[in-house]
Design a binder for this molecule. Structure first.
Ligand SMILES: [Zn+2]
Length: 73
């Protein structure tokens, strides 16, 4: 919406787990129609769900990451 290249263009940044840096998978839940991200590392239970779009899922993932980093300051 007015900033076409800021968030939508690059789908590569930000898609790593805030806890273990493993890539996360983003998928759409056909039941609820919402998006979720989930860490690909089986030993890690980081997850976020209930997002209305892939973009929102990514923004939430970034916020999660920043919150997590703040805890360790
Ligand atoms: Zn993880």
């Amino acid at each position: 919406m007015g900033r076409p290249n800021v968030d939508a263009g690059d789908m590569r940044w930000g898609w790593t787990c805030p806890l273990c840096e493993t890539d996360v998978s983003v998928s759409r839940d056909p039941g609820s129609g919402t998006f979720r991200w989930e860490c690909d590392n089986g030993a890690c239970d980081a997850i976020g769900f209930g997002f209305s779009s892939r973009r929102r899922a990514r923004l939430a993932l970034r916020e999660y990451r920043e919150r997590y980093r703040n805890i360790y300051r």
